[in-house]
Design a protein around this ligand. Structure first.
Ligand code: ADP
Ligand code: MG
Length: 646
């Protein structure tokens, strides 16, 4: 009995120890799997009394479907092959289930081997874990749905998190990026290491808490870069130590581009409006001035032969004539700029037009400057007034010469160019289509940006008084616009300048060739000419010139007067010399009406500029005879003869 006594004592002390344990403890028979003892904690967990547990075995405290797994684990534990069976479902008396990690070991007790199972209820932990996982999933989903790029870095700058948007932008999948160094992998160098990494270091050192706005480019897998606006904040652990950074970024590449384009378009539009305005102003003044000049020139030319050769008055008249001619050239340029120059366009090959001018151009630039001519073969045709090509080239060449100090080189090139919608998007003045390119380059001094912005404005010059009029490029601009072309200029200080002029291709295959010879003014044979002109001084001058040339002249200051005259005049009127734009009706209408009573009437139009039905957009029909004001005695003589005989 002493033996039993001992057992009871040790059993009691064991119970005390076991009952104070927080984990549940069950002792089971290794063969029958019958429970021999359960501590207070396990009885609480299971809901059985200390006696009830003795009637149960392993199979009774686990749900049926997990029994195979439980039994297998039990047997392994008995053999000492397994000590921990994690996360096993345990069945309570009331049918409820909780999860437990079961640690187990065999023990010799009461003369036989029993299996001790220590149950740790992990339901709470599992619940927390599930909640955490749910939260993580939700966060991940959130990170993946936002249109913001999110990147977290550790203290070394390695990527610890990157959301879907970030992966998409960079062109990698998440696994490829995690752990890689952000600054080396995802930023263009040297900017990444030299400019951005130092900012990261400052955040890591605590010097910068957060960065509200930081723009930098990222390098995508395909080699492209995108501009990103970032917000950066530091990440800390519980103790407040900085362990990394979290950045959110927005791709602003497209926005930046649009902004830049918008700005450029805006300023181009302003510039175009300014040019338009100045053009109107200049054109208006030039037109009136041109009429005055006509009178001055005409009168001088009439007076000249009357003054004895070598006399002082003759000399005065000659220099007045020279000055008036120069003024006429200037107003001509202004009219060209204002797109009010009357022109006679022909279909032509630019190469031919340029080749014909080369000698003159070379003479203009002198011997120290080389002229290189690179015509493109198979050049498309253009339709424009060849005189305008001369004007363009002359102006560009004078400028190029002025830009070159000492020796240098000027190159003329031609080419065919096609522009689509995209390539003309940034140039409001350019329309998509096919163009013939005329490029003039020099290796002269080039221009600063603030000069470049103004070069096409009339009277803008950087040259000293007397050297530059500021009308050269304004003329070029006007001519190109009148012909529906556009100009690009490339220039940098010290790098020379290239003007690229694009003229619309003329679709017609054959060039109509027109040549006008220039003989001495032929005299008239007493033909009758009716002049219609509202500007009295011009009317008188023209009358005097024509009479001197041997014509009979009738005059009318108004179209209505002219009509009356034509109806009542007994004889046949041979030629009508008329202004194009007059208060009552335009020249073309007048011709039609007079022809009704005077059949076979020939007609010569004169104008400083034309903007009416006869010459829409300043372009006269090719078949119409036309003389531009101011005209000289000789010009008038030739044109009248040509018209009469044509
Ligand atoms: P001007 O030649 O009478 O000054 P332009 O209208 O021809 O007037 O030119 C305006 C200005 O543009 C010039 O004064 C000069 O500053 C600049 N410029 C024009 N062409 C060139 C060029 N090829 N190289 C450098 N500057 C130029
Ligand atoms: Mg010039």
């Amino acid at each position: 009995m002493e033996y039993t006594q001992e057992i009871t004592e040790s059993e009691d002390s064991l119970r005390v120890i076991f009952d104070n344990a927080r984990d549940g403890i069950l002792l089971a028979d290794t063969t029958t799997q019958q429970f021999l003892f359960g501590n207070k904690a396990i009885l609480d967990m299971l809901g059985y009394s200390s006696n009830e547990i003795l009637d149960l075995s392993v199979a009774d405290i686990h749900p049926r479907q997990s029994l195979p797994k439980v039994i297998a684990a039990f047997e392994k534990m008995v053999r000492g092959e397994l000590t921990l069976a994690p996360d096993l479902p345990v069945l309570r008396k009331d049918g409820g289930i909780f999860h437990a990690d079961i640690t187990s070991f065999p023990l010799k007790l009461w003369g036989r081997t029993v299996l001790v199972g220590v149950f740790r209820d992990i339901s709470e932990r599992k619940k927390t874990e599930a909640a955490l996982k749910q939260e993580r999933d939700r966060n991940q989903k959130y990170l993946d749905t936002v249109q913001t790029i999110m990147v977290a870095l550790d203290a070394q700058g390695r990527i610890t998190m990157i959301n879907r948007k970030g992966c998409e932008l960079l062109g990698y999948n998440e696994q490829e990026l995690l752990g890689r160094n952000w600054f080396e992998t995802c930023l263009p160098q040297p900017m990444g290491m030299e400019k951005v990494y130092p900012v990261f270091r400052r955040i890591m050192s605590g010097d910068l808490k957060s960065v509200e706005y930081f723009e930098n480019a990222v390098l995508c897998r395909d080699g492209q870069s995108r501009l990103i606006a970032w917000r950066n904040a530091n990440l800390t652990d519980e103790d407040g130590r900085i362990i990394g950074t979290l950045s959110s970024g927005e791709d602003i590449t497209a926005r930046k581009q649009t902004e830049a384009e918008h700005e450029k378009l805006q300023s181009q539009l302003l510039q175009a409006q300014k040019m338009e305005f100045v053009g109107r102003l200049a054109g208006g003044v030039a037109h009136d001035f041109n009429n005055m000049l006509q009178a001055i020139l005409g009168n001088i030319e009439l007076a000249l032969p009357e003054a004895p050769a070598g006399s002082a008055i003759r000399k005065n008249l000659e220099s007045a004539h020279k000055a008036a001619r120069r003024s006429a050239d200037l107003t001509g340029q202004l009219l060209a700029f204002a797109r009010k120059q009357a022109v006679m366009p022909r279909v032509l090959n630019l190469n031919d037009a340029i080749t014909a001018m080369l000698k003159m151009l070379q003479r203009m630039i002198g011997e120290d400057i080389d002229l290189a001519w690179m015509p493109k073969s198979g050049l498309w045709l253009v339709k424009m007034d060849p005189a305008q090509i001369d004007q363009i080239l002359a102006n560009l060449f004078v400028n190029a010469r002025d830009a070159i100090a000492g020796v240098g080189k000027i190159t003329i090139e031609t080419g065919n160019r096609t522009f689509d919608k995209d390539s003309t998007r940034l140039q409001p003045e350019a329309m998509p289509g096919e163009y013939v390119l005329l490029a003039v380059s020099d290796n002269g001094c080039g221009m600063e940006k603030d000069v470049l912005e103004h070069i096409f404005e009339p009277f803008f010059t950087t040259k000293e008084v007397g050297r530059g009029t500021g009308l050269g490029l304004a003329t070029v601009y006007g001519i190109v616009k009148q012909n529906n072309g556009f100009i690009n200029v490339y220039s940098e200080p010290g790098r020379g300048t290239t003007f690229k002029i694009y003229l619309p291709r003329h679709a017609q295959a054959f060039a109509e060739i027109t040549t006008i010879s220039a003989p001495q003014p032929p005299h008239g044979k007493g033909e009758i000419i009716l002049i219609v002109e509202d500007e009295a001084s011009i009317l008188e001058t023209a009358k005097a010139m024509l009479e001197k040339l041997g014509y009979m002249v009738l005059t009318a200051a108004k179209p209505s007067d002219a009509l009356k005259l034509a109806e009542t005049y007994a004889g046949k009127i041979d030629l009508l010399l008329t202004d194009v734009i007059m208060p009552q009706m335009n020249g073309r209408l007048l011709v039609e009406q007079i022809r009704a009573v005077q059949s076979g009437l020939k007609c010569l139009f004169m104008s400083g500029y034309t903007a009416d039905a006869v010459a829409r957009h300043g372009v006269l029909e090719e078949s119409v005879s036309f003389i531009q004001k101011p005209f000289s005695y000789a010009e008038l003589g030739q044109k009248v003869r040509l018209t009469l005989e044509g």
